[in-house]
Structure formats: structure tokens, C-alpha cells
Design a protein around this ligand. Sequence first.
Ligand code: PEP
Ligand code: MG
Length: 535
Amino acid sequence: MERILGKKLCGGIAIGPIHFLDGEKACTCSEVLDPDRELSRFESACTEAKAQLNKLQIKAQHEAGEEAAEIFEIHAMLLEDDDFCDAVRQNITQKHWDAAYAAQQAGESIAADFLAMDNEYFRARSADIRDVAARVAGVLQGKRPEQQSVPGIVAAEELTPSQTIQMDATQLLGFVTRQGSPSSHTAILARSMAIPAIAGVAVNPEWEGKTAILDGNEGLLLLNPDEQTLTMYQSRAAVQKAEKAQLKALIGQENVSRSGRIIKIFANAGSLADIALAQQNDAGGIGLFRTEFLYLDAPALPDEQQQFAVYKRALLAMPGKRIVFRTMDIGADKQVSYLDLGQEANPALGCRAVRYCLSHQEVFRTQLRALYRASAYGKLSIMYPMITSAEELDEIYAVSASVREELRRAGTAFDETVPEGIMIETPAAAVISDLLAKKADFFSIGTNDLTQYTLAVDRQNPNLGSFYQPHHEAILRLIRMTVENAHKAGKPVGICGELGADISLTEAFLDMGVDELSVAPLSVLKIRKAVRQAL
Ligand code: PEP
Ligand code: MG
């Protein structure tokens, strides 16, 4: 048995034969005498490639959700990208290459530029541009896009998003690749389709047909497993399958305890893919939409229109359900190179979240304008992170009131009743929660930071793990106090930190009267089960 460790892309266990997938064959160049003809062949190939991408977008929407579908929309946009198209045209007219070779080489050269970037997100985009170039080259060579049917675990140097979505999902047990990173579009697709996957493995064509176990939870590939290991993994996979089926049976059921107590179970989201997962897992809404990904994944500050498009898309993907958008929680562990955050000795205690927003109001107003405009498309709430005082909240509300006034004057449609709540994630906020409850429309307790700041333990420091104790009596008292103060003022209160998903505390949270738990999408049904088992 061979044990090979890779990078985790998507959890879960797959057991089956390896199917080795050959990469796209490189085109060979043939010199052309009629560049104009090649130019027009290239233009028609782009039109055909766009039509193919449109079909894949629909397939992805159906099988893997909104964000997966968006990948193919981005590919279609790449086909119109001047850098790519101009490079292909130059390859044809100046180097006299045929259109297929010209497209493939243009893709390779742009992909190499992406690969040389520092930012992991942009490095991952090299696979997308190569995928698009290969599609155009394929059309020019007369290749028909085939529905691949592969029983087993696919091994490949690299899997493009197109190859992944084209596979028959019922036959694809898992995949292992050499290339690829957790932020690649292929990894996003794997997670949307719940296919166990790992990358960073030196795959070998000689593995074809060999039995393997792919443990996506541990990032492990076991080749030719011995009987004992195989039996152990088979029973583990069977347990996981049974648990999944048991949880699936809870879809559509109420979050009600045995004595009739009801609690809302919402999901946390950090991307549009999470919205799809939240829907699949029957979340009542999104209790925390971390908007940071918009800033972290972008090369420059996203403008109002770009933000509005994402917020609107999220709301349209969850019709009738509430989404609580948290304004940008940038700073501390979430550094963004294009924002002027400066060097700080203690970033977790520094210019983070609303502190940044209040000192950079144009950035803040842009986000608020985008949020309010999106409120016309669904049930939207706004939540402010890292609050420490009532005066700070007054300042924030003054900004949001002036943004609303600006929109009103411009005749822009928005929901006048958007609730504005706050995160309780500093000890100060919990201690003065009676004062804050008079101003905020709702509370959501961020136990991750509340633990960090109350116990003075850096949540990022792996050496302090044993000191990071969310069950500490100080944390539980602050939660209880916050819930009581919220309720005295008639305001609802939820928990959106990791502690909300801790089933050993579900009954305690019911006892305290917490109104809502917001947890990772894949934990929604697990919490529903715990609620239904509690008294
Ligand atoms: C928290 O602090 O508990 C929280 C939910 O916010 P984040 O983890 O994004 O800081
Ligand atoms: Mg926090």
C-alpha cells in the first residue's frame, strides 16, 4: 500500500479504481499562407466556444449551483478579453501560425503571467485561461466536446473546470491532481458538487485501474490498500453515507426541541457558492454573509456596481429568505494589499472593520450604497462588526442615514426598513449590550473574536491552542448577559461564531433563549438534529 499526502480541496471518502485522464494534447503548428482566413476561423471558433460555454453554464447551474455557473460566465468573458484576442491575432498575422496553435500559445503565455503572480487567487486563474484557450483550439481542430463517463477516481495532471463539469457526476467518485489549489475554480466546483478531491500529488499514468482510497478529509491517497485498511475505510464511508442520509431526512423539518422550543438555524456564507450550499442544506437564511471575499479576491477595490451585482445575486439565489450582510471586516488576519492599512504592531487590536470604515468613509459609503441598492431585491439586513461603544454606533448610523438620504434624493429604489444590527464580538460590546440594544435592531454574537479578546488569546496563534477556550465561563456569562439585554429591549439575538455549531452547547443556547444560530452550511442539519433531540 502506498500513502501519498496532498492538499485538501474537498472532504469526503471515495473508494474505487483509478482512471488516469490524459491532458489536452498540445497542438502542432502548421504555417499558414492565408492569415485572413485564419483570423476569420478564429472569430467563428470564439462564437462556437461561447455557445458551448453557455451550455456548460446551464449544466453547472443545475448540478453545482450559482457560483459554479459563474465560472463559465467568466470563461465566456475571457473569450472577449483584448489581451487574449489580440495575442491570438498577432500570432496569426505576425508569426503566421494557424489559428489553433495561435490560440493555444496565447493562452499559455497569459497563463504563465498569471502563474508568476504572488497572489494565490491570481495564480489559480492560469488554469482558467488555459481552459478557454484549449476550448477555442479544440473547436478549430474540429473536436466535439464529449460527455465523459468515468467510473472511479480520476487522476490527472490538471483538471480544468470544463473537464470537471463535463464528467458524469454519478460516475466521478473523486479526483486527484498534481496541479490545483483550494482557490482554483476546479476546487470550487468539487466542493459545490461534494466530490472528494486532493491536489499536489505526483500522479502517474501507471496507476490506471489500481484500487485507491481517496480521503479528502485528510488530503490522503492510499494506493493498493491492504485488506484491513480497505475494510476500515469501507465502514467509515458507510457510516458517513448513513449519517448523510439521516441528516438529509431532516430537510424540510422544523427546528423544534422535544418540549416545543423553536430556534432559527441560518448559515454563514463567505461566497456565492456557500449560498447554494445553504439552500441545499435547508438553512432558514444567511445569518452572516462575510463580504470580505469581495475585497480579498480582487486586484483593486471593488466598485459599487461590482458589489451590488454580488449582493443582488446572493439575494436572488435565496428568495424570501433573509441575508445578513456584514460590512467589510478587513484588517487583522484579513489584509488587503491595495488598501492602505499600514504596518501595525497588533493588527487584531488595530484599524480593523468599522474602525477602518469610519476613517475611510468613501470606501464605507460605497459598500453601503451597494447594499441598500441590493435591498430592493430581497430580505437584506446590514450588520456592523467590531463594535465597542454606543458613540461609534451613532457615528455609523449617521453615515448609513446619509447614504439612504442620498439614494432617496437620486430616486434610487431601496428597502426603507433594512434592519441594521451589530456583532457582539468584543467584551466591551457584551458588557454594554444593554445600551447597544437600545440602538441596534439585532445582535449577532461573534464567539470567535469574543473568545480571542476576552481571554487575550490570539486566535491565529497555533501555539496558544490550549488557551483558546470558547467554553470558558467568562464567554458563557457574556453570551447569557448579551441575550438577556437584547431581550429586555425586545431585540433578537443570534450566535454566528463557531460556538454556534457546537452541539454540546445547543441545549444551553436553547435554555438561554438564543433566537438564532448561524453556522457553516454543512452544519445546518447537524444542529437541527441536536435541537430536535434537546428537551
Ligand atoms: C466571530 O468573530 O465570531 C465571527 C463570526 O467573525 P469572524 O470569524 O469573521 O471574525
Ligand atoms: Mg469576528
